[in-house]
Design a protein around this ligand. Structure first.
Ligand SMILES: *Cc1c(COP(=O)(O)O)cnc(C)c1O
Length: 428
């Protein structure tokens, strides 16, 4: 859509990346359920494979429905280019893939989704990659952890399991100083609450499974590149700055500039790793994003009320919600997440582990699931589930101690959410 003035976020959430279907006029983006695309002639095919012309070849690489979603999330994050992936975890590997090689490492925040801690501390070792975990409130420690083999810095904007907001400007300052890209997982905030690129992030990753889709129907991921990093400056990113043998010697950054990372991700990453999103999933996420702003407003409003109520409850030891004035991270909210501190947080019960289990088994409206960012209110005991593979020390550092329950506050009537917690706490 072209207009003569920049469009607002809510308008982009509905219109960005999509126009009426050129073939039929269909107003909604059709689900292009096709594997391949007919070439006009042999010359057209050759140009597509040479990246001399942009178009569709095969749906492992690109698909019109999936591209519409990539373009929409790209617009909402203020990026230069984006790709969609089969899951949030796939998006993380895809974000690192162009930058890494055997022997290279990343510096990651200690405050991450439990699955990401496992992916980074265990699974990526099989690629010869490794991660060093650092408290990102300690900027000196972050800088000191960087060595000659470091290729990226990774954190979450609002860190799962909630209650913590990363000072993205400060972390980006360190990344800038050491000449490395900053990758921010913006899943728990969504671009409605936080736009990491405006705070200096190089790349933004999402689990589209969560707030972007918004109702627990899809597994998907997105990688957005800001297009602002100079991949050629340091010589540390040869796959982007030098002739790449995996794509007949193309030098991505000198040839494609701000789109180098995105084209590399499609032409090599999706082509050879195959972590592709399917068009049906992209369709559901496009539907979800149309109401992202409205949902996030209600999520935040409800979460703030529930957190305030819980903080006053005699059986509750502590509530870690950055939207509460008592939070040590409250001062970061106006700068990093100006429209609110999200809807994901934890609270600790005075009764410890046993009380947490009793509470979860007594809740009726809340669903006990390993998910977040659903319209429904969700609850989980992180220590025995999502953060189970972590040591107790890692659990505590990640904000998932054994006496802690994590909630993802939905968009139901807030009085019903509180009433459910009240009846369950009475049984504890
Ligand atoms: C869920 C989640 C992921 C992983 O996403 P999947 O879609 O489940 O693969 C990564 N980061 C955060 C913050 C998440 O909440």
């Amino acid at each position: 859509m072209t207009t003569d003035r920049p469009l607002g976020f809510d308008t982009l959430a509905i219109h960005a990346g999509t126009a009426p279907d050129p073939a039929t006029g269909a107003r909604q983006v059709p689900i292009y359920q096709t594997t391949a695309y007919v070439f006009r002639d042999a010359d057209h095919a050759a140009k597509l494979f040479n990246l001399q012309e942009v178009g569709y070849i095969y749906s492992r690489l690109t698909n019109p429905t999936v591209s519409a979603l990539a373009n929409r999330v790209c617009a909402l994050e203020g990026g230069a280019g984006a790709i969609c992936c089969s899951s949030g975890h796939a998006a993380q590997i895809m974000a690192l893939f162009p930058l890494m090689g055997p022997g290279r490492n990343i510096i990651a925040s200690t405050r991450l989704y439990g699955g990401t801690v496992t992916q980074f501390s265990q699974t990526i070792k099989r690629f010869g990659w490794s991660a060093k975990f650092v408290d990102f409130d300690d900027l000196a420690a972050l800088e000191a952890a960087v060595d000659d083999d470091t290729r990226a810095i990774f954190c979450e904007s609002i860190a799962n399991p909630g209650g913590y907001i990363t000072d993205l400007d400060a972390v980006a300052g360190v990344a800038n100083k050491v000449g490395l890209p900053l990758i921010v997982d913006n899943t728990s905030a969504s671009p409605y609450l936080c736009r990491p690129i405006e705070h200096g992030a190089t790349i933004v990753v999402h689990s589209a499974t969560k707030y972007l889709t918004g109702n627990g129907t899809v597994t998907g991921g997105v990688v957005v590149d800001s297009g602002k990093f100079d991949w050629s400056a340091s010589g540390k990113f040869p796959s982007l700055s030098e002739p790449e043998p995996a794509y007949h010697g193309l030098t991505f950054h000198p040839t494609l500039g701000a789109m180098a990372f995105t084209f590399h991700s499609i032409a090599i990453g999706l082509r050879d790793l195959g972590m592709t999103m399917n068009p049906q999933g992209a369709h559901y996420t496009l539907m979800g994003i149309e109401t992202l702003s409205l949902r996030m407003q209600r999520h935040v409003e409800n979460a703030a009320k529930v957190a305030e109520w819980l903080e006053k409850h005699p059986k509750v030891k502590a509530v870690t919600y950055a939207g509460l004035p008592s939070s040590p991270y409250a001062h970061r909210v106006p700068r990093i997440t100006p429209k609110g501190a999200g809807a994901l947080f934890t609270f600790a019960l005075k009764g410890g582990y046993e009380s947490c289990v009793k509470l979860i088994d007594s809740l009726k409206l809340f669903s006990h699931v390993a998910n977040l960012g659903d319209t429904r209110s969700l609850v989980i005991h992180s220590a025995s589930t999502t953060h189970r593979q972590l040591s107790e020390e890692q659990q505590i550092r990640a904000g998932a101690a054994p006496d802690v329950v994590r909630v993802s506050i939905g968009i139901e009537d807030v009085a019903d959410i509180i009433a459910d917690l009240e009846q369950a706490l009475a049984k504890v």
